[in-house]
Design a protein around this ligand. Structure first.
Ligand SMILES: Cc1ncc(COP(=O)(O)O)c(C=O)c1O
Length: 415
């Protein structure tokens, strides 16, 4: 049989690696990327202490029983099919009632149930930013914002937050970054990775700034209920007419990160009606967020929250242990976190050294895995890194003793 002409190119493609889309090169999520180095170490028999991912369940904090009961009951009752893409009405009503109780009047049709805050970030940025548009993100940032912008081919512009001022946004710097392409202001408050909580005056200034420039605010409020001295007010309470999209989930304050269940609330201003419609249109494409877990949202927002009181107390204690131990290390400075379970210390690095270099050496020498600050948009020479302080206080003290010993040696060797 004669060889087909088509057979030639097919045969010559055989064995060649399949190319991936170039946008993947721009996509970076250091919190997980760094795990590869840790796994290589584990494979050689070193015990790794993972302080890279903010998962309270991994450190023994337990999902409240009534939420688990709600999910299992929903499954047993047959709530295992697809849902409307915005989610079940009961969950959207529970979210709307929660926002109303906290001073933000919003109807359930402005609530979209999401696959975690993460999907809310993805949906909102896709609805708001075109290729070449610009989005203001804090530095340091939670890295999913810049990763999603990379897939859209939109541009992050980092606004400084200042460790010398409790990691609050530098409003002067923010003002210099606006261009005709700026579309969105991302506010992460309470903040990951710094643990900062913004006072009302700063929050008001951020809203005024966004209003002056016609920007939509993406308010990441996933840590609102982890503020140590009691839940933080929602941003929209300061201005119900401002164009604010609020994002949160069951992951942190309800101790169920693996359920991938959250919500987006689009503020009541008619200026956001088109954005809400766009989000719902995009959400149609992924059918729905996990169905049984949406029943747990009802249980979470209408049921007992005493676990949050205990959780906040445990976090405040760990934050203090972290602050005291890290500030006792020569060359290291750390701001006291006021919420969540992260601290962002900075080490004065010897010339030529980078945050990544320090963190990888720390990992190899001690098995302690933190994430370097440049993974959150900081400059490598600033020497910042993020610690997740969810471990038991006694274990944290042991970890910080190891970090202190290593750091002394690292600085002595490098100078
Ligand atoms: C600031 C911030 N936003 C969003 C997320 C993602 O949360 P979720 O589990 O709700 O998707 C995290 C997770 O660590 C976070 O820290």
């Amino acid at each position: 049989m004669p060889t087909s002409k088509l057979a030639q190119p097919l045969d010559s493609a055989r064995g060649r690696p399949i190319p991936v889309a170039v946008r993947v090169d721009r996509f970076s999520y250091a919190i997980r990327n760094i795990v590869t180095a840790a796994q290589a170490l584990e494979a050689r028999g070193t015990r790794v202490r993972y302080l890279n991912i903010g998962d309270p369940v991994a450190f023994g904090f337990q999902t409240p029983a009534h939420l688990i009961e709600a999910v299992t009951r929903a499954m047993r009752d047959g709530h295992n099919g697809y849902l409307p893409s915005a989610g079940i009405l009961e969950a959207r009503e529970a979210v709307a009632a929660e926002y109303a109780a906290r001073g933000v009047a919003v109807s359930p049709d402005r609530v979209v149930m999401t696959t975690g805050t993460s999907e809310g970030i993805d949906l909102a940025l896709n609805a708001l930013a075109d290729e070449g548009d610009e989005v203001l993100v804090p530095s340091p940032t939670y890295p999913l914002y810049t990763a999603v912008l990379a897939t859209i081919n939109a541009r992050p512009r980092y606004y400084r937050t200042d460790p010398n001022h409790e990691w609050l946004p530098d409003l002067e710097h923010l003002r210099t970054l606006v261009t005709p392409r700026t579309r969105v202001l991302v506010i992460i408050d309470p903040n990951n990775p710094t643990g900062a909580v913004y006072p009302p005056a700063v929050r008001r200034a951020l809203i005024e700034f966004a209003e002056r420039h016609g920007l939509t605010i993406l308010a990441d409020e996933v840590y609102a209920d982890t503020t140590f001295d009691g839940p933080s007010p929602l941003l929209s309470t300061l201005d119900p007419d401002a164009p604010i999209i609020s994002l949160s989930s069951l992951s942190k304050a309800y101790l169920a990160p693996g359920w991938r269940t959250g919500w987006m609330v689009v503020s009541a201003t008619p200026r956001l009606d088109n954005v809400l419609a766009a989000v719902k249109k995009l959400a149609d494409g992924r059918l729905c967020s996990p169905a049984p877990m949406q029943h747990a949202v009802v249980a979470a927002l209408t049921g007992d929250r005493s676990h949050q009181v205990r959780f906040r107390r445990a976090l405040a204690e760990r934050a203090r242990v972290t602050f005291d131990a890290l500030n006792a290390i020569p060359g290291m400075r750390c701001v006291l976190p006021r919420a969540a379970f992260y601290a962002m210390p900075a080490l004065s690095l010897p010339p030529g050294r980078t945050d990544e270099d320090y963190i990888l050496e720390l990992l190899r020498a001690t098995g302690i895995l933190c994430v370097y600050g440049s993974g959150f948009g900081m400059r490598p020479e600033e020497g910042t890194f993020r610690i997740v302080f969810l471990a038991d206080p006694a274990e944290l003290r042991a970890i910080y003793a190891d970090i202190a010993a290593f750091t002394r040696d690292y600085l002595a060797r490098s100078s």
